[in-house]
Design a protein around this ligand. Structure first.
Ligand code: PEP
Length: 258
């Protein structure tokens, strides 16, 4: 059975004080789980203080992005080695907000995936279609292009220590969630596409769903066969909501293992 992962993407939110309060509440409410990994991805500037506060707690930490370059003259960039050195376990790569705002294309994202993995991080590769893509029937071709860029550059085996997050762009921060059928369809598509290169990697690959996951829809989504947890934006800033989402994942995992 795949271990679920629930990761909170704080985006450009928080302050030293707000982070401390949020983490204290999460540390109390979320014990270490054998069935579910939990992570938070704060803005880079807050990583050291978040990592210090979470020391000895099972909640792990990730960066929201990393450079595709190892070091050098790249003003403003953060290398994957730096994230690893200060204690991150994960790095999100290819979030749709960065693909859109920073014009990160799929090859660039694939290079970030490779850089993260080379540094010992677990990359969380975000893929997903725009509303216009879905309406034009292009969901699978868009997701395939984003996924194939990593498969082609890194090789399928690289995904055995990576994570994919399917995040339909039209569902991010909008309150719209993919219906269980829509999510299940794309998750199955992703797993099958990986399986075409390696069935064993596909079988063990964690594929998260992201896009307006809330306390009240998490369990329904996580119960779907190819969904192995979630990448949570807005709701990860609320201790009660994030805890409820983690508990939903724990509940689904324990039903599946019973
Ligand atoms: C995200 O940005 O990764 C995300 C899923 O956001 P939200 O949960 O707010 O839709």
């Amino acid at each position: 059975m795949r271990k679920a992962l629930v990761a909170g993407n704080w985006k450009m939110n928080g302050s030293l004080e707000a982070n401390r309060a949020l983490l204290s509440a999460l540390m109390e409410a979320i014990p270490g789980h054998d069935a579910v990994d939990v992570a938070v991805c704060p803005p880079a500037l807050y990583l050291p203080s978040v990592i210090a506060q979470l020391q000895d707690h099972a909640i792990e930490v990730g960066g929201q992005d990393c450079s595709d370059e190892k070091s050098g003259a790249f003003t403003g960039e953060i290398a994957a080695d730096m994230l690893r050195e200060i204690g991150c376990r994960y790095a999100i790569v290819g979030h749709s907000e960065r693909r859109a705002r920073e014009q990160e294309d799929s090859l660039w994202v694939a290079r970030k995936f490779v850089a993260a993995q080379a540094a010992g991080l677990v990359p969380i590769l975000c893929v997903g279609e725009l509303l216009e893509d879905r309406e034009a029937g292009r969901t699978e071709s868009v997701v395939a292009e984003q996924l194939d860029a990593v498969l082609d550059l890194a090789g399928v085996e690289a995904l055995s220590s990576g994570v994919v997050a399917y995040e339909p762009v039209w569902a991010i921060g909008t309150g719209l969630t993919a219906s269980p059928e829509q999510a299940a369809e794309v998750h199955a598509f992703i797993r099958n596409r990986v399986a075409a290169r390696s069935t064993s990697v596909a079988a063990s690959l964690r594929i998260l769903y992201g896009g307006s996951v809330k306390a009240d829809n998490a369990a329904g989504l996580f119960a779907l066969p190819d969904i192995d947890g979630g990448l949570i934006g807005g709701a990860s800033l609320d201790a009660d909501a994030f805890t409820a989402i983690v508990n939903a994942a724990v509940g689904v995992q324990s039903q599946e293992s019973a």
